[in-house]
Ligand binder design. Sequence first.
Ligand code: ADP
Ligand code: ADP
Length: 233
Amino acid sequence: MIEFDQVQKSYEVGGRAIPALKATSMTVAAGEVFGIVGHSGAGKSTLVRLINLLERPTGGRILIDGKNVTDYNAEQLRGFRRKVGMIFQHFNLLSSKTVADNIAFPMKLAGIYSRQQIRDRVDELLARVGLSDHASKYPSQLSGGQKQRVGIARALACRPSILLCDEATSALDPQTTQSVLRLLADINRELGLTIVLITHEMDVVRRVCDRVAVMDAGEVVELGAVSDVFLHP
Ligand code: ADP
Ligand code: ADP
């Protein structure tokens, strides 16, 4: 599904190449919940930005559904991006738009959906994330957990096959974290989406992930089933 083949990334800083991801090969299977953990600066965000093609690798190839996406042109990129939904630590909602309009936004940007399709999809997603009664509210009127539910609905709008979660529960209290994780697990099970989840919270990994990669200084230092990786300290 997501295949890294000797993928490298370095950033050019003041004429010097700073390695952020050393040659990495790994595969995320279709339909799995894959965790990425590691300290700040380990390269987790770089890995995610490579998966959604916000960054191009400086070496190696990334294959998604068997296609080499690393040499996609601008138009192929636009189509590809709809297949990848993303949720964030601080939700990144548009404060001047209602809940419904936030969810509709990526569909409008895509320019390929009719107004009726957008309306139907927004209703369906509001129901899925339990916010049907909040469609006309603004983000500032919602709790953190509700905001992240809007973030999840928006990420799902264009029916992606991959959902990338960047510290998606780090700003939430433990109880809200639990309910958001339950929602993600339901989505994974019912829609068969592949979920890649970056976190620094071990508890989150134990609760929802099938497998986990531990990153340190730009390298995947461990990768395996959660129960295997966390048996040893
Ligand atoms: P938290 O309580 O926030 O989950 P932990 O004490 O479990 O924090 O972990 C702190 C940091 O150490 C995290 O950034 C995590 O990614 C990292 N870490 C935890 N376990 C391992 C491990 N087995 N190998 C490498 N890094 C780990
Ligand atoms: P993490 O998400 O685990 O905190 P990052 O992927 O953000 O790690 O960063 C990995 C390394 O790459 C760090 O040393 C960081 O300073 C560097 N880095 C990340 N983004 C950039 C950038 N845009 N320009 C230069 N260096 C960067």
